[in-house]
Design a protein around this ligand. Sequence first.
Ligand code: ADP
Length: 265
Amino acid sequence: LLDALTDQAALAIERVNLAEDVDRAERAAEKDRLRSALLTSISHDLRTPLASILGAAASLRTLSGLSATDREELLSTIQEESERLNRFIANLLDMTRLESGAIAPNMSLLYIGEIVASALRRAEKILAGHRIERRIAADLPMVKLDAVLFEQVLFNLLDNASKYAPPNSTIRIQSWSDGTAVHLQVLDEGDGIPKEDLPRIFDKFYRVRKSDSQRAGTGLGLAICRGFVEAMGGLIEVANRSDRSGAVFTITLPVPAEQPETEAA
Ligand code: ADP
């Protein structure tokens, strides 16, 4: 896996450097550097939740006289950190599937509102500390999507909104159509993204702030979002909100000509 990812990163650099005819040794050194940076980042992301799990398990075993509340708290830690590990590994696997071209979207005509609902259900725990505002137009046409991939995209965006916007702030998810396309936006009330970072935010392993490395995450979530959305024939973009602070992610999907006969929805 690591090799595949490193090769990809090295390939991208190689493309850039082609014209400059960088010598081979230099390229090999660059690949080594990338590989060890990747290893460090991945090990860190694996070890942080693992340390919490091990700590909580050890406390449960060795501390006598724990109250029911304490036990419950330690068990929650184990569960939450395991879920985090699970998400991390799922992200890595999604990324390799994308890079190896193994993503073959299973497209069918669907209503976006239904996928939004299931993504929100899946993200329920993560979003517990935020207010969710759902504004899905009632008359949306159907779009061609892979439900599993699309739910993953929404989940990643909601996960980010919950991570990078303060507790109790509002995360809005809205969708509307202009007839030729369906637009879906996830808006948060965090600090948004510095202008100079906007063009790189969908790059693999790109994280904006130094402090982001202390939060669980891989810098892969948005790269996966872009890969999945493009594989489904859509477009994903990022901007800062104009009405207040916060980021807004917009997905645009074409409305296919063939719409099923609607008996009054
Ligand atoms: P991760 O969250 O694992 O770091 P992502 O690819 O999902 O990776 O995001 C890349 C980076 O983009 C994050 O580290 C963060 O710096 C920035 N980012 C993503 N979503 C938001 C958001 N809603 N608000 C502010 N910054 C964001």
